[in-house]
Design a protein around this ligand. Structure first.
Ligand SMILES: Cc1ncc(COP(=O)(O)O)c(C=O)c1O
Length: 394
């Protein structure tokens, strides 16, 4: 915790934030001040099991010793460095990324968030095709900057900011025929989340992804996989690639640097070749501290086989929730540690019940309780989650 002349308890923190911030977030009245492994602590010293990793970012949990040591070393070495200069850690990260990138997606653009990774992907698709439009999925979420928002489906996010700059058609998720019908010679890109996150944890059928690939190829459009939320945490680096589909562009962010802000847009050599120097850029993108954060995250995920752990623990959680046989549950969906429990009632009271039992989870739409736990969980934490959910639903 920071040292200060204020008495930093929950009441003081929430009071200042509610008074001084634009009220864009529904505040949960918890002031988080510390984390350790799978747990978070609030300003009053209460402990919570972190089943959300701060919207899917803290894959190594909190204050991971090796990651923290590397970050501390980098802080004392070099934190900022524009991409017009070389950087040892950036080059090491680009080298490490080769281990998780599919063949053909050999060029990277580094930025600072999911929306920026998407924004770059959309710009690159327009530049490569010379076409204006995109096709996206209903319930899809791609971020809040104006380009990314054009791809995002939800009316309440779009309407206050219309007209949006990219003409977009939204088709039903997993409806390959509708997708094929929507794509034409004006379509620059088809953009799809292989697992819809904010939209309620809906997993794309492999057949749908394959048809999207075929349709894009046949019409000269590009296929963009939005793996901002799904990358890394399902047991594979990228869900799309695991389904046997290689897109033209992969956008990711969240988990890549364990919560340190980063965005990554992977593209083909051909797309890269059409982007002259100065066509796009970012002051902070690719800075040494963010690159070190991602480098150490990817190294630890690989060396500790946290991919394997995500797959095993995720299945154990899904099995545990299914075994609760709760009449309030309509469906349990997901893959690895990206799990949604669709309820027959609103999710908010269940989230509140979990919070009262010391578990922090997320909504995904009105009816779905979403779990995005850190990949460093042990079986004990998976059991703790299932028990707390069972008690809450009972
Ligand atoms: C699939 C997907 N794409 C894009 C974004 C936007 O990422 P950011 O909030 O880092 O801008 C999100 C964020 O939740 C996301 O889930």
């Amino acid at each position: 915790m920071v040292t200060t002349e204020h008495n930093v308890d929950t009441t003081w923190v929430m009071g200042v934030e509610k008074k001084r911030q634009i009220p864009l977030y529904a505040k949960r009245d918890i002031a988080l001040v510390r984390g350790e492994g799978a747990y978070l602590f609030d300003a009053d010293g209460r402990r919570y099991l972190d089943a959300m990793s701060n919207y899917g970012v803290a894959v190594l949990g909190h204050a991971h010793p090796a990651w923290t040591a590397a970050m501390t070393e980098q802080l004392g070495t070099l934190t900022t460095g524009h991409q017009s200069f070389g950087s040892d850690v950036r080059a090491l990260l680009l080298d490490e990324l080769r281990g998780i990138s599919p063949e053909g997606l050999d060029r990277a653009f580094l930025s600072n968030s999911g929306a920026e990774a998407i924004e770059a992907g959309l710009k690159f698709a327009r530049a490569a095709t010379g076409r204006p439009k995109i096709v996206a999925a209903r319930r899809g979420y791609h971020g809040r900057t104006l380009g990314a928002l054009s791809a995002t489906a939800e009316k309440k996010y779009r309407e206050p900011f219309e007209p949006l700059p990219i003409p977009a058609t939204h088709v039903a998720f997993n409806d390959a025929d509708a997708l094929e019908e929507a794509v034409d010679e004006e379509t620059a890109a088809v953009i799809i989340e292989p697992i819809q996150g904010e939209g309620g944890i809906h997993v794309a059928d492999a057949a749908f992804l394959m048809r999207a690939r075929e349709v894009a190829t046949a019409t000269g459009a590009l296929l963009i996989a939005d793996e901002v939320q799904s990358a890394v945490r399902t047991g594979e680096p990228f869900v799309t690639v695991a389904a046997g589909v290689v897109p033209d562009i992969i956008c990711t962010a969240k988990a890549l640097a364990n919560g340190f802000p980063i965005g990554l847009t992977l593209v083909t050599e051909a797309i890269s070749a059409g982007l002259p120097a100065g066509a796009h850029g970012s002051t902070f993108g690719g800075n040494p501290l963010a690159c070190r954060a991602a480098l150490e995250t990817l190294r630890i995920l690989r060396e500790d086989d946290l991919y394997g752990r995500a797959a095993t623990l995720g299945q154990s959680i899904i099995d545990g929730i299914t075994a609760l046989e709760s009449r309030q549950i309509r469906a349990v969906r997901g893959r690895g540690l990206m799990i949604g429990v669709e309820l027959k009632q609103k999710a908010t009271p269940v989230l509140r019940g979990l919070q009262e039992r010391g578990v922090l989870a997320l909504p995904a739409g009105n009816l779905v309780v979403r779990f995005l736990p850190p990949l460093v969980w042990e079986q004990a934490q998976a059991d703790e989650l299932v028990t707390a959910l069972g008690e809450t639903l009972a």
